[in-house]
Design a protein around this ligand. Structure first.
Ligand SMILES: [Zn+2]
Ligand SMILES: [Zn+2]
Length: 284
């Protein structure tokens, strides 16, 4: 990691408009809805001090949301151009949101370790199908598509899907090679639509606690992802798990996971307030 993400600050000591940062954002190279430069212009306009690009990484099969390996040099060149143009006004960082696709493909793979990234963000969006093909299926999209895939690939067995998501997450954590874990309980959103209240079921809570322990054992930074706050009134991790952040005094990054320039700061203040209500004031 080329930047120090381990300095903790108490956000009560900073004003609501200073020290703005975002370390999780998408671009035209994946499923982001604007060019990288438009995100930088907006970040400078809003007074951000730090901004990182984390396009969805290349993966070993076709996916509409992920960047292709052949685009990586163009992405890096565009980052370097923006850094030389805007570098005096904002600190920019080159990164990726790297998918974990089993032992063969993830942040610890030689390919990602050799890229000149300032830090690595890693997230689970795919789990293997329960059919014989075992092909990896994106379970991160909108609920309508998730519901359809539940029938096609997963025999409508939500409990096994959730268990698979968290076992992929723990395998990813143990494989290592990254600094920040993205939206670590993301499956809770679609699973909660599929079966209301699932996130309060004891076995689910136990899985989240086990995953959290693995994250802490491996000294990872946890992001508090605000992307779904506006439309779905939730963060990742869900508020009900903030007690874990507190219990472990976890290093936190509040990220908007923006796909649109106007959303780069969405949900930050509200999330800081929710964290503060739970006695959490320290962010990295
Ligand atoms: Zn993600
Ligand atoms: Zn993302």
């Amino acid at each position: 990691m080329n930047l120090n993400l381990h300095l903790m600050i108490d956000f009560r000591e900073i004003t609501k408009t200073s020290k703005l940062y975002n370390f999780h954002s998408h671009t035209q190279f994946c499923d982001g809805r604007a060019a990288m430069e438009q995100f930088v212009v907006e970040a400078v306009k809003q007074g951000f001090t730090d901004y990182a690009f984390t396009p969805h990484s290349p993966i070993p099969f076709a996916s509409p949301c992920n960047m292709s390996t052949s685009d990586v040099p163009t992405y890096i060149a565009e980052y370097n151009r923006l850094k030389s143009t805007y570098g005096g006004r904002i600190n920019l960082y080159l990164s990726m949101e790297i998918d974990y696709i089993g032992k063969q493909w993830g942040a610890s793979s030689e390919y990602f370790q050799k890229l000149p990234l300032d830090f690595r963000l890693s997230s689970v969006h795919f789990i293997p199908s329960f059919a014989d093909s075992k092909e990896y299926v994106d379970i991160d999209g909108h609920f309508d598509s998730f519901r359809q895939k539940m029938g096609v690939y997963f025999n409508n067995d939500i409990e096994s899907v959730v268990r698979s998501f968290y076992s992929q997450s723990i395998a990813m954590i143990e494989a290592g090679g990254f600094d920040v874990i993205g939206h670590f309980d993301k499956i809770g959103h679609n699973a909660g639509h599929f079966r209301e209240g699932i996130e309060n079921e004891a076995w689910y809570v136990a899985l989240v606690e086990d995953t959290f322990e693995a994250i802490m054992d491996n000294h990872l930074i946890i992001e508090v992802n605000t992307k779904a706050l506006k439309d779905h009134r939730r963060t990742f991790p869900n508020k009900q798990f903030y007690y874990l952040l507190k219990r472990y005094n976890a290093p936190l990054l509040i990220n908007s996971d923006a796909h649109y320039p106007e959303l780069i700061n969405a949900g930050r203040i509200e999330t800081m307030e929710a964290l503060a209500e739970n006695g959490l004031y320290k962010i990295v």
